[in-house]
Design a binder for this molecule. Structure first.
Ligand code: ASP
Length: 411
């Protein structure tokens, strides 16, 4: 049986066990979660997080050096960032539209009196931009600061492209490091079904069926938003810009989506999503190595959809009406918030505080959604990495067409 099937079966079993545990007495379910599900899930998460920093560094250095002509980097960079910004804006409009239409905050009774949430300090956006260039690349790696690692790797890659033959030894070293990483990714992935099982079972058992029931309308709105964005926005982009059948794209990319779903971490899934895009979708290595790590760090359309729905939901629960300027403010700050969201579990919710603060909504409202957020996090992460892969696919195809055209004219 192939790995994707194993992961999908593990997820189904995990859902069944998770639901079973919500019915079991606490003194039975709690030790199972603490001594079995949580540690198994965390070991799996640690295993994949262990390879993320080397993957990002090595693959971006190789990808940039492999582009050959460093000026290409500028045009690919501009295409990538435009795609990411436009799709995030579309995602926000879908989220807002559905939330206004379905009114998830008007359904049921929400206990706002006892809602309490201590907002964590969100990093100031300007600081994040200025700090993209690391003062200390070793510290950047130690802290797994993805944007800084990407910036440093770009510098090294461009230098290698310029120096060419002179640094062929280092080039070879990076290629061999890459072989080791790919080998490790394959080994770690063999444990994915166990990790997936433990993570989903624990997420459901911890949320509890009561919370899921009372938040059903909110969850449905977010999930619908994710489905619409995947089925309409990305499919249209893949069809029109990538000139490919979106169904084929999804069929090829499903293994990575299932890992993103289990881990709720775009960064963690990166080694798998790059491998899947390159092997199953035929995305050029040099494009995938640049576009996908950048996307896993700054492009979070699923997170943007959650933030849009959550903002409207909280406004509705607290009976605060949002005017046109508020909506514009949500689009602006949620775009920044989703860029600033790190690709690890739960950060989207922390960044939501920034959006709420900006338009004067009560941050305590986050307490209402925190219980079911992990399940939604799994789903939105699967969409987050699909956006990155769509960009990589479309850009890789357009480069390929350009190369074919110039080969035809010169040939
Ligand atoms: N878990 C998400 C990701 O890694 C980020 C978030 O929305 O919390 O893509």
């Amino acid at each position: 049986m192939n790995l994707t099937k194993q992961i999908l079966i593990a997820l189904i079993l995990g859902v069944i066990v998770g639901i079973g545990l919500t019915f079991a007495p606490d003194n039975f379910s709690s030790p199972i979660d603490t001594y079995f599900l949580t540690p198994v899930g965390e070991i799996f998460l640690n295993l994949i997080m262990m390879i993320v920093v080397p993957v990002v560094f090595v693959s971006i250095v190789l990808g940039t050096a492999g582009l050959g002509d460093p000026s290409k980097l500028g045009s690919i960079g501009a295409k990538t960032i435009s795609f990411y910004l436009v799709t995030t804006a579309v995602a926000l409009f879908i989220g807002l539209g559905l939330a206004f239409l379905l009114q998830p905050g008007q359904e049921g009774v929400f206990d706002v009196e006892s809602a309490d949430y201590q907002a964590e300090e969100a990093p100031p956006i300007m600081e994040t931009f200025v700090n993209i260039i690391p003062e200390n690349p070793v510290a950047a790696m130690a802290n797994a600061d993805m944007l800084q690692i990407i910036a440093f790797a770009l510098f090294i890659g461009v230098a290698m492209a310029f120096l060419g033959e002179k640094v062929s030894g280092i080039h070879r070293l990076f290629e061999q490091a890459n072989d080791i990483i790919i080998w490790l990714v394959n080994i770690v992935m063999m444990t994915a079904p166990y990790g997936a099982f433990a993570l989903i079972a624990s997420a459901i058992a911890n949320a509890g069926l009561d919370a899921i029931g009372s938040m059903a309308m909110y969850m449905i709105t977010v999930i619908l938003g994710l489905i619409v964005h995947g089925a309409v926005t990305y499919s249209t982009a893949i069809w029109t810009l990538g000139k490919a059948n979106p169904l084929k794209f999804y069929k090829g990319f499903i293994p990575a989506m299932s890992v993103a779903f289990s881990t709720a971490s775009s960064s963690g899934t990166l080694p798998v999503s790059m491998k899947t895009a390159q092997e199953n979708l035929g995305v050029k290595k040099s494009i995938s190595s640049f576009v996908q790590p950048l996307g896993a760090t700054i492009n979070m359309d699923g997170t943007a959809i959650m933030q849009a729905v959550a903002t409207v939901f909280i406004a509705q629960v607290y009976a605060i009406s949002l005017d046109f300027t508020d909506i514009l403010m949500v689009v602006l700050t949620a775009t920044l918030a989703s860029i600033g969201t790190a690709g690890v579990p739960g950060v989207g919710l922390i960044m939501l505080a920034m959006v709420l603060n900006q338009i004067g909504l009560p941050v305590e409202g986050i307490a209402l959604i925190v219980g079911v957020d992990r399940i939604l996090d799994m789903l939105r992460t699967a969409l987050n990495i699909t956006g990155d892969a769509s960009a990589a696919y479309i850009i890789s195809e357009s480069e390929r067409r350009k190369e074919e055209k110039s080969a035809n004219t010169t040939g």
